[in-house]
Design a protein around this ligand. Structure first.
Ligand code: ATP
Ligand code: MG
Length: 402
């Protein structure tokens, strides 16, 4: 990263400072919105001609992520480049980094995109962080299956690469199920993780600058359904204070040990250990803004996407301040279907509620399980946010949560 910040607006020579992003999904779209609000132009590289970020960006380069011409065009257009998802070829980031500032770096993305490397990093950080991953074993060849200790079953077999929203994961109860699950996943490298009785889930979003400065949002509580994030609660008391502090400390260590630059999200499980708050277990990290931080757009004075822009350009990183209690509901494609027939969600009813912020990502095809948008409820108190969020969920047909 360069020591001189990349400032927004017109530059000497008559062109606009431009920021690039690899990936055209909703995270890229919200990065584009934040960058444009600050006065940057944007360029998105994504093969999909109608991607959510591509539609919003000043420039859309519609090539494969490893297309040499596409990457060359991105480098030529942009002052600095980031990524919106971890499954971009790490080689593409390395190519770009040879000529332009890139954050996060190819090496950290390579770790985050491989559960085996990611678990090894968490295990290495555990003595410092005081938090380790769930017990797990690495499966790369058939003999590893027999070596798995009994204590890991029942477990969850997870592919090392390309998993998201619960995809590439199979719950396995016994050894026979483990063997057939690995066959079904195509004998690819996997981790087998002990299935834990979860008391709760939370995540921490942190931004780290090239000079090592870090700022963070307070940990938020997450509710998953069928492996997909359904609800995030970012309200006072959603997470016990001592647990929150431990999670922030652990996240800072995970980032520092990677010499990370950018926005990083680390997800945690909370399990019972006899103590009042329970014990933290680190689940996974995302080298980018995260779905559980979307509420920061509407409830904080600086959003996770603006922090992504600031870490990329070397602008100052003030500590974020949350000004409203917030609850975020994910809007999955299922909401556009009733009894097998297409339908339109009750937007009028939902938008009549106070403090509702609707974000749809510009996706046309409302497939079940597909993240189409999200809705953030902001309110002066946690109780009011809960009441409104539950009313919104009911109007949309989203099941209640604890
Ligand atoms: P993401 O979309 O967050 O990248 P992912 O597909 O990578 O998701 P994970 O975060 O590994 O998946 O798991 C998704 C959810 O499945 C978790 O948030 C949790 O609810 C449940 N889960 C995963 N691993 C375990 C485990 N070892 N024990 C119990 N529940 C688990
Ligand atoms: Mg996850």
């Amino acid at each position: 990263m360069s020591a001189t910040p990349i400032l927004p607006g017109p530059m000497a020579g008559g062109r606009m400072a431009t920021l690039g992003v690899l990936g055209g999904g909703q995270l890229g779209r919200m990065f584009v919105h934040a960058a444009q609000a600050l006065g940057y132009q944007t360029a998105v590289l994504d093969p999909d001609p109608v991607s959510p970020a591509g539609r919003a960006s000043d420039v859309h380069i519609a090539t494969a992520y490893d297309d040499e011409q596409g990457l060359a065009q991105l480098m030529q257009r942009c002052e600095a480049i980031t990524t919106e998802f971890e499954n971009v070829p790490a080689g593409a980031l390395a190519t770009l980094a040879a000529q332009r500032p890139v954050a996060p770096g190819a090496q950290t993305v390579a770790i985050a995109q491989d559960r085996i490397a990611e678990r090894a990093h968490f295990a290495a950080c555990a003595p410092l962080a005081g938090v380790g991953p769930a017990p797990y074993a690495v499966i790369t060849e058939a003999v590893d299956l027999a070596r798995v200790p009994d204590t890991l079953l029942p477990g969850i077999l997870k592919t090392a690469r390309l998993g998201y929203d619960g995809k590439g994961q199979v719950p396995v109860d016994d050894r026979a199920a483990l063997v057939s699950a690995w066959e079904r996943l195509g004998r690819v490298p996997c981790v087998l993780e002990q299935r834990l009785a979860l008391r709760d889930e939370l995540s921490v979003i942190l931004a780290r600058a090239a000079d090592g400065t870090t700022v963070h949002f307070e940990p938020q509580r997450n509710v998953h359904r069928r492996g997909i994030l359904a609800v995030t609660e970012a309200c006072p008391d959603a997470v016990p204070a001592a647990l929150a502090q431990r999670a922030v400390e652990a996240t800072r260590i995970v980032a520092e040990q990677l010499q990370y630059v950018g926005v990083l999200c680390v997800e945690y499980f909370v399990i019972d250990d006899g103590s009042a708050d329970g014990r933290l277990v680190v689940n996974e990290m995302a080298p980018r803004p995260h779905n559980s931080g979307h509420y920061t757009i509407d409830a904080c004075d600086v959003s996770q996407f603006e922090l992504q822009v600031r870490t990329l350009t070397g602008l100052p990183l003030p500590a974020p301040r949350q000004h409203s209690a917030a609850i975020m509901l994910n809007l999955l494609g299922d909401l556009w279907w009733r009894d097998g027939q297409p339908c339109t969600p009750d937007w009028t009813g939902v938008l009549a509620l106070p403090g509702v912020h609707l974000h749809l990502y510009g996706k046309l095809d409302a497939r079940p399980g597909r993240k189409m948008g999200h809705l953030t409820v902001t309110a002066p108190t946690a109780a009011q946010a809960q009441t409104t969020a539950r009313a919104a969920a009911q109007r949309l047909g989203i099941a209640p949560w604890r």
